[in-house]
Design a binder for this molecule. Structure first.
Ligand SMILES: [Zn+2]
Length: 388
């Protein structure tokens, strides 16, 4: 089963294709041609990653050079640890508690707006995203989005599967953790991502830094002075508490909570999990199949702001290439396996640029084609696509 584990080796530098895409104007023209509907061809599928959300204020995992240096101190909690260990959940939830306000107030940027405009032009069949910030559905509710790695905005019970809004979970965390609430109140309103060249200290646990810093999954590493992770309390699933579910062995789960309703070790159920695919966890089979179907129904795929470090994203691009569809890439840094899917003798487009700068220009170029400013063979089919 493909697991969500980042590929940490550095990627080769990007090979720009076609050569005319070395300039911004050339990049825009190449992308507009790539996206222009062809007769008897299906629409484009967009595959997006953290790079698209960076201008909204969410940090990327990788720096412009495509290496992991930007996040060198970040060691995420893995799924198996989360399920098995109360202490791992305390660490995860404490950091996610600090990170939630930024996740909640983040807004779609110009890159997301351009995606919505491409949908409005009838060019995109849909979006598959690795992002868990729910910015796609917010920016373009009418263009279908498959959230490959889930969403930070919901929680799900590991025992009974009942969903729980993340915002309500946060309210409960504040109630159960007054010392952490006080610590959070002392933090700056905006917590920066760990900058590539900033001095950083690492404790034996591998994540402490001089300043609090943010990671893309809504995770914030606290600085020295924060309360200890072991003090962090989190609520039990309210459904399990009201009506303990049957376990796999047929016995009834026993949920123990303290006087304030916080989950207690020794319980055999009632743990709430973030609605995201955690590191080391498999992508939901239903979501995986839906994403594969989206690839099969599309004529080509455009990758935006993703280094394809996770297997679940890379295999979709590989699938498109295997069926003979073209691949386009807009990304600042190197991308996993890009030489296999785009370039001289293969086709496709490889552009080095920021999505929020390039995509709005591409939308304008495509609109000009529709309106007859730069007439070509794709004009009629673009008009037709828009009317669909
Ligand atoms: Zn439950």
């Amino acid at each position: 089963m493909p697991l969500r584990i980042p590929y940490t080796a550095p990627f080769p530098p990007p090979t720009i294709h076609p050569p005319s895409a070395h300039s911004l104007a050339g990049s825009i023209a190449a992308l507009a041609s790539f996206l222009s509907p062809r007769p008897n061809s299906s629409k484009t599928l967009l595959l997006t990653g953290a790079g698209l959300s960076v201008p909204s204020g969410l940090p990327d995992y990788r720096g412009p050079r495509g290496t992991y240096t930007l996040r060198r101190n970040y060691r995420p909690v893995f799924y198996a640890e989360f399920v098995a260990r109360h202490a791992s959940r305390q660490r995860y939830f404490a950091r996610s508690y600090l990170g939630w306000p930024a996740v909640e107030r983040v807004k779609p940027n110009k890159g997301y707006e351009a995606v919505g405009a491409l949908g409005g032009l009838g060019i995109l069949g849909g979006v598959v995203t690795q992002n868990v910030d729910a910015l796609h559905p917010r920016a373009h509710p009418d263009l279908p989005t498959i959230e490959l790695h889930g969403s930070l905005h919901t929680m799900t019970c590991l025992s009974c599967g009942t969903p729980f809004p993340r915002a309500d979970f946060q309210t409960e965390l504040t109630r159960l953790n007054p010392a952490w609430a006080g610590y959070m109140a002392s933090l700056p309103a905006s917590i920066p991502g760990n900058p590539e060249d900033a001095p950083a200290t690492t404790n034996p646990d591998g994540d402490a830094e001089l300043q609090p810093s943010a990671n893309p999954d809504g995770d914030v590493a606290p600085a020295p002075g924060a309360p200890a992770y072991e003090t962090f309390r989190y609520p039990s699933c309210p459904s399990c508490l009201a009506s303990p579910p049957l376990l796999e062995d047929g016995s009834r789960a026993e949920i123990r909570v303290d006087g304030d309703g916080a989950w207690m070790p020794g319980s055999s159920g009632g743990v709430l999990k973030p609605g995201v695919v955690m590191f080391g966890e498999g992508v939901d089979p239903g979501v995986r199949v839906a994403a594969e179907r989206a690839v099969d129904e599309a004529g080509r795929v455009l990758v935006v702001g993703s280094s394809l470090a996770t297997w679940s994203a890379w295999r979709l691009v590989r699938r498109m290439r295997d069926k003979g569809g073209e691949v386009g890439i807009v990304c600042l840094g190197g991308v996993r396996g890009e030489g296999e899917v785009v370039g001289e003798g293969i086709g496709g487009v490889r552009v080095v640029g920021r999505a929020e700068e390039v995509l709005p220009e591409v939308v304008e170029a495509l609109r000009r084609r529709v309106d007859g400013g730069e007439g070509d063979g794709g004009k009629g089919s673009l008009r037709a696509a828009r009317q669909l």
